[in-house]
Design a protein. Structure first.
Length: 289
């Protein structure tokens, strides 16, 4: 390979490398994501959502009459995809449902090496068992600490809320939304939910904190929250920022093909040029002899 052909090859490789935009970014996706609006001012702590979720997905069903769950702040687990906690705030007790936030640009999906953690076109982020390799990067990357691993099972799985994806496909609401007796949970498109949330906040400024949690956090989430008090008083992280987490690693990920293909190609080319130079040198020596 001479110098001219080597440069042509290198140029062709550079054109084939990512230019900073994925196919998904270039597509005009018109379908709206679904989500849920949680109005904590309406929640009475009945925990009907917990029971409905457990029954729907064959999980552990809590005894909500005897387990004294409000004595401590609970996290979701591999056996319970959603929990309701009680917080003592400046405006009294506030009950808050917790589950996967179903981010618009989920860090768990971006970190998944096999696309087992998958953002559907309907909005829910689901886990696909047949694709999972067990690396658990989804657990490390999630800013809300949601994916849980079945450490004590012979065939462990990643467990998390999937927003009742199968029910949504069938035209139904998530089980927890259907079970709520106080309309504290509302299912719909994000655009519709934001309009409703803004109307409530602007119409009743004395009732609500002037913020919709999930509108901008980490690029926006599928679950939106209204609160009567600042969100740090009811267990929410307020230090996440508005940048989607995958954005922080995008430049590195785009550089990976360059490392895998560009550098080896460059080294191969240099090696071939060196060998060619050595051959020319030997030929010249023979001619002089």
């Amino acid at each position: 390979m001479d110098r001219r052909n080597f440069l042509k090859t290198a140029a062709a490789i550079s054109v084939a490398l990512p230019n900073g935009k994925t196919k998904a970014e270039n597509q005009n996706v018109e379908k709206e994501f679904y989500g849920v609006l949680v109005d904590t001012t309406r929640c009475i702590g009945c925990r009907s959502c917990e029971v409905a979720c457990s029954l729907e997905h064959n999980l552990f069903v809590p005894d909500i009459t005897k387990d004294n769950a409000f004595n401590s702040i609970r996290d979701t687990s591999e056996k319970q995809w959603t929990v309701v906690n009680c917080y003592d705030t400046a405006k009294g007790k506030v009950y808050v449902k917790k589950q996967c936030m179903h981010c618009w640009q989920p860090a768990c999906s971006a970190a998944c090496l096999t696309n087992a953690m998958f953002k559907t076109t309907d909005g829910p982020v689901i886990w696909r068992e047949n694709k999972c390799m067990g690396c658990r990067y989804c657990m490390v990357s999630c800013p809300f600490d949601i994916p849980k691993f079945e450490y004590h099972e012979w065939n462990p799985k990643i467990q998390k809320c999937k927003m009742c994806y199968e029910r949504i496909i069938d035209g139904k609401k998530p089980a927890c939304v259907d079970a709520c007796p106080m309309d504290a949970l509302m299912f719909g498109s994000k655009r519709e939910l934001l309009e409703i949330a803004r109307y409530r906040v602007y119409s009743h400024p004395e009732k609500y904190e002037p913020k919709i949690y999930g509108e901008y956090e980490v690029g926006g989430t599928g679950w939106l929250y209204l609160s009567p008090v600042p969100f740090d008083q009811i267990g929410f992280r307020t230090d996440l920022g508005n940048t989607p987490y995958p954005e922080y690693t995008r430049e590195f990920l785009y550089a990976v093909p360059l490392v895998l293909f560009g550098v080896p190609a460059l080294l191969l080319g240099l090696n071939m040029l060196t060998e060619r130079k050595n051959e020319i040198g030997k030929t010249e020596e023979l001619n002089h002899e």
